[in-house]
Write a protein that binds this ligand. Structure first.
Ligand code: FEO
Length: 387
């Protein structure tokens, strides 16, 4: 497959993977992208996950059509892209490895060598001339590791964006939800904590005339690029992307679930444009994480448990806080049969989150819904819909 006349796609689709990075469900598989630029000099852009070295090297060999690679550019050292560097360097002894200074330190840690004598360190603004194509290097620290860099090909106006603009899902299956859903789950799961770093790179990208974005995961993006850039700007600035309310809950015997379902109906009846409900024990928790960052209001409903809160809720709030959750409205529903303290505990866990507004009304359930808690749910719905 060709991205442009001179740039070939040599990546691989992974349908064997169960969890990406050991925790993210990927029902549509995963793509590890890699590219080859054919010019007076040839440059391979990134290698491949450990399990796919053979097929990747076959793709590379076919695309080279008898030529030898002059350079291997490493944008990111995470093993889903770097695991075949040693194999490549052994297979092509004439090739030079091009990467950032921090990447070479990591290579020594991963492989016991930084390929001294065969390496070229590049930094912000460095260039690599291949003939017609010149790669301009853009450092992108913490998008998503500190050594990350992107590169821009001024001939074909291509940004090689490392993990940026990537998504979950293999490239040989159609994602019925398009790009945004699994790109959002990927972004907030993996890169969400580093919004400021993404903002810094977006500012640099704004100075480039970009016609194509080639990420390390997901499809090559060729059309309507302002949509992707604008969406990344919203995500990385922790802005509200869509109007709506997320309700994330746990329920032991169904009473908290009943309250959540009642609240959903009350919100919809008051004209709330969208209400999503997630059972944190049973649904994909990272769908709830992406929704929490997508919408402006979050309702957390759980029980007091072991003088704390139900474990799935504690885990969920930890996922949010460590990813920089901020600039949102948060409301609580707590359930406890003798000493409810879940709302206080949840609020305490959110202490490190910036610019949160807490709803005035907290719903307290003593075991099961009663007249008071029905009224409290209605009051909370009124408050959240008044905005
Ligand atoms: Fe796709 Fe951060 O590695």
């Amino acid at each position: 497959m060709f991205v442009t006349n001179d740039i070939a796609y040599i990546g691989v689709n992974d349908h064997k993977i169960d969890l990406f990075e050991g925790q993210y469900a990927v029902p549509l598989g995963m793509a590890y992208n890699s590219y080859l630029i054919m010019d007076e000099k040839t440059a391979v852009l990134d290698t491949m996950d450990q399990g796919f070295g053979d097929v990747w090297l076959e793709n590379l060999q076919a695309a080279l059509a008898g030529r030898q690679p002059d350079y291997l550019v490493v944008h990111h050292m995470e093993p889903d892209h770097s695991a075949n560097i040693v194999r490549f360097m052994e297979a092509y002894p004439g090739a030079t490895l091009v990467s950032s200074a921090k990447a070479f330190v990591m290579m020594k840690n991963f492989f016991g060598t930084d390929f001294s004598g065969r390496n070229l360190t590049v930094g912000e603004g460095s260039t690599l001339c291949l003939g017609k194509h010149t790669l301009h290097f853009v450092m992108a620290p913490m998008v998503h590791w500190p050594e990350v860099m992107m590169s821009y090909d001024d001939a074909d106006k291509v940004l090689f964006s490392a993990d940026g603009f990537g998504k979950f899902g293999a490239n040989d299956v159609v994602d019925p939800e398009g790009w945004a859903c699994e790109a959002r789950r990927y972004y907030f799961g993996i890169v969400g904590k580093y919004g400021m770093s993404v903002q810094a790179v977006l500012k640099k990208a704004a100075a480039l005339d970009i016609g194509i974005i080639c990420p390390l995961h997901g499809p090559v993006l060729k059309e309507n690029l302002s949509y992707y850039l604008d969406t990344y700007n919203t995500w990385s600035s922790y802005g509200v992307e869509s109007e709506g309310i997320v309700i994330a809950y746990t329920s032991v015997y169904g009473h908290t679930k009943q309250a959540v379902e009642e609240l959903k109906e009350l919100l919809l009846a008051r004209g709330c444009p969208k209400v999503t409900v997630t059972d944190l024990a049973r649904d994909d928790m990272f769908e709830a994480v992406e929704d929490a960052f997508r919408y402006g209001t979050l309702v957390l409903a759980t029980t007091t448990y072991n003088a704390d809160i139900f474990p799935f809720m504690r885990t969920f709030i930890t996922h949010l806080v460590e990813r920089g959750y901020q600039k949102r409205t948060v409301a609580f529903i707590e359930n406890g049969s003798w000493a409810p303290l879940a709302a206080k505990t949840m609020r305490g866990l959110l202490e490190k989150s910036k610019e949160l507004t807490f709803a005035e009304h907290t719903v307290k359930i003593l075991s099961a819904l009663n007249k008071e808690s029905h009224a409290a749910l209605a009051a909370l719905a009124d408050e959240l819909c008044a905005k």
